[in-house]
Design a protein around this ligand. Structure first.
Ligand SMILES: Cc1cc2nc3c(=O)[nH]c(=O)nc-3n(C[C@H](O)[C@H](O)[C@H](O)COP(=O)(O)O)c2cc1C
Length: 185
């Protein structure tokens, strides 16, 4: 089974890729599950502009078909989202809105981060995944990223020390995700 760890932010100097890498390195490994980091920025999706509703699966644009094929590969997802102005970023919503059945009936973990851990972003995103008929796990790690933690290009200087307190929470969420993946398979 493949689980994709999706980086929700796309701006230069973002910490999203660092956080996704931390998730991939700290999530308990399981021989039956392969984790893959997927960066929305690589897919160059414009602001949603498909003429048909995504639930039809009729995609006019090649970038949508490429995005659809990538998301179809996974049995579950970990959405890594920052908090921007008390919400999740438009880049993540846009990428999610492009598809429908590709997401549906699949388990999902939400990992948020921000100066306050991003709980509002996480809660809002939970509503979105539920509308897409995804199955969110109960535990949503919320990682605090303070200004003091960051250095050159706003990157986190010592991520393994800074995020050590969250490893246990990630492990609990991973067990919940695995349970839902197994139920679904
Ligand atoms: C436009 C903007 C708005 C932000 N608003 C919030 C916020 O409401 N709550 C919060 O905890 N952090 C907020 N932050 C801090 C971000 O969560 C933090 O900078 C994080 O690193 C952003 O993720 P990224 O680096 O992957 O883009 C904001 C950052 C930006 C750029």
């Amino acid at each position: 089974m493949k689980v994709q760890i999706i980086i929700g932010s796309t701006r230069p100097n973002r910490v999203g890729p660092q956080i996704a890498k931390w998730v991939s390195e700290n999530i308990p490994t399981k021989s039956t599950v392969e984790y893959e980091i997927v960066d929305i920025a690589d897919f160059n999706l414009p602001m949603f502009n498909e003429p048909a509703h995504p639930a039809t699966g009729q995609y006019e644009f090649e970038y949508t078909r490429v995005w659809s094929e990538k998301i179809k590969e996974a049995s579950g997802y970990i959405l890594v989202t920052p908090e921007y102005n008390a919400g999740y970023p438009a880049s993540l919503k846009n990428a999610m809105d492009y598809l429908y059945h590709e997401w549906s009936n699949k388990p999902v973990m939400i990992v948020s981060y921000g100066v306050g851990g991003g709980p509002t972003s996480s809660a809002q995103l939970r509503q979105v995944v539920e509308r897409l008929k995804m199955h969110p796990v109960d535990t949503s790690p919320a990682l605090t990223v303070t200004r003091e933690m960051t250095g050159e290009h706003d990157q986190i200087k010592d991520i393994s020390t800074s995020f050590k307190p969250y490893v246990g929470n990630l492990e609990i969420a991973a067990v919940e995700l695995l349970f839902k993946l197994t139920e679904n398979s």
